[in-house]
Ligand binder design. Sequence first.
Ligand SMILES: Cc1cc2nc3c(=O)[nH]c(=O)nc-3n(C[C@H](O)[C@H](O)[C@H](O)COP(=O)(O)O)c2cc1C
Length: 191
Amino acid sequence: MDHAVHELISARWSPYSFSRRLIPRADLLSIFEAARWAPSSFNEQPWRYVVATRDRAEDFDKVLSCLLEGNQAWARQVPVLALGCISTKFSRNGRSNRVAQHDLGLASASLTFEATSRKVFVHQMAGILPHKARKVFAIPDGFEAVTGLALGYRSDLGTAAPELQVRDQSPRTRRPVNKFVFGTEWSEPGL
Ligand SMILES: Cc1cc2nc3c(=O)[nH]c(=O)nc-3n(C[C@H](O)[C@H](O)[C@H](O)COP(=O)(O)O)c2cc1C
């Protein structure tokens, strides 16, 4: 870290090795309550989540089947899988909501930090099969699956494939603040 941040920010990351320990329902409800209170354009709240817990194997396998194989390989062991979906149009006027994905991202960020506060890790995935999800979960017109989310407690036992365990242990890298916060000249540091 170059600058001080809240520990919920510094503690969050996206592991591949998860414990199989189930997340209590009360914690899951709080995690999705955090998503509920995310800001959104016109308070449209365009996010929807399809959620399955591993103790309900049939439902869990349905969500798992909507992930790309590479993600299925590590995500099959997590206790909770979800699909992040959007409503693509504003309910107030039927116009296309060009920030629906943005607002799903905000809701997922909110739930991620609530999860972090409960020692639950969230690993999001773009690698899903949206068309399959539409069929499997009868997602209606006007809604789309955008992301997958794996939620669970961290395991040090190395439950993922060896190459993914290496990624779990590799240093995380980021572009520095002065490379993405610009002043009035594009690409010139703004702070
Ligand atoms: C929208 C989104 C899509 C992602 N898609 C995948 C994915 O399909 N598979 C995967 O293993 N990780 C995926 N990730 C995790 C990123 O690779 C990870 O967040 C990034 O490398 C930064 O690492 P960190 O979250 O540990 O800080 C995704 C993350 C986000 C936010």
